[in-house]
Write a protein that binds this ligand. Sequence first.
Ligand SMILES: Cc1ncc(COP(=O)(O)O)c(C=O)c1O
Length: 464
Amino acid sequence: MRAIDRTRRSWAEPYKIKVVEPIKMTTRPYREERIREAGYNTFLLKSEDVYIDLLTDSGTGAMSDNQWAGMMLGDEAYAGSKNFDHLAEAVQTYYGYRYIVPTHQGRAAEHILSKVMIKQGDTIPGNMYFTTTRLHQELAGGRFVDVIMDEAHDPQSEHPFKGDIDLNKLQSWIAKVGPERIPYVSFAGTVNMAGGQPVSMRNFREVHALCRKHGIKIMLDATRMAENCYFIKMREPGYADKTIAEIMREACCYSDGATMSAKKDNLANIGGWLAVNDEETYQKCCNLLVVYEGLQTYGGMAGRDMEAVARGIEECVQDDHIRARVGQVEYLGNLLLQEGIPVVKPIGGHAVFLDAKRFLRHIPQDDYPAQALAAELYVESGVRAMERGIISAGRDPETGENYHPKLELVRLTIPRRVYTQAHMDVTAESVVALWDRRDRIRGLEFEYEPKMLRFFQARFRKKE
Ligand SMILES: Cc1ncc(COP(=O)(O)O)c(C=O)c1O
């Protein structure tokens, strides 16, 4: 039993639960069989065989009663749906961009943007790659260049804004290739692959000033910007008294547009959008949209889904919501830190990342320690996590060699408004139990390796 600490007051989730979905407990032999069938890839497990699902925070959040009510107000007209107007208004109000293009999810926005803006041989500097973002840049003929600060690659660095772009790296890259070969800087608000690490307002401002000087655009990956804004409020001088909504408007004004996976911050189960301030780019995006997604007033979404996103946008910038959301992640992270488990520090906005290199020192990176650790966590307790290391990084398109990222991580991603503190306790206990038997975990080798985004569909076997 936990003792009450009289020196502090706890906070609780700013909502109560109205609908529940039962989850099932399974036995270890059952899970051993399931993960073997799934080729030791947690993406290939059936959801019904998972106890606590921390695979991703993408589309897995719980919608509010207000969002569900909005679903009944779907205007499913092929053209001119009023739900699109609500969506566009919400993005304009809270993010501040001028023109809004709806898409079925984030990677569709990346696809359209990359095709419109990137020419063969261009390079796109950014603050660490994201899997789908980089792939679409490459498919459009570009090459991603990482200009994030060095601390981002060090899981033990406690820098408060590890998502910041290193201005010297960016400046040198501009000098090397020339601004005309840089269609835009790809800037992510909280950097997923670095451990959910935020960008400071100062850095947003400085990168903007540098890019303006050279006539280079900035496209924001706004997928988890609300979470980024919470870190600015908590950590950056001058922002403690501002609301998340105010911080968001300021941060976004330092970019020329954004791609968005509405399945994260925006609290919807499906959806996305692309936003730009420039009319000509908007027209080009709309033109490609009808080829790949749908008309400019639905872009692959149902009217009801656009309504859910519009309402989700308004909810995601509420200070109480975001405090509880990031607070829950921090709670899990602190439990693990207290037990001496190697995790990425500081704790990120959407997930706690286990450092597989330090967790499984006996498994070399080419034997996929993070993939093996995620599979073993499922066997241990039915908790499903995801690899974020060498498998996710994929291969260099020019040499065909594996990228070897410095970070070899397992991501315990917390869906929004879904799990309770007790689920976090159970998760922490499972990780600790695994830590205690870590020496017996073995590496993996590929049985099947897909060409693109291999982490989703790859199959593995245990190494002898
Ligand atoms: C930072 C970031 N950008 C883009 C995406 C792609 O979004 P989607 O999964 O909606 O295609 C994701 C999804 O995980 C993400 O985390």
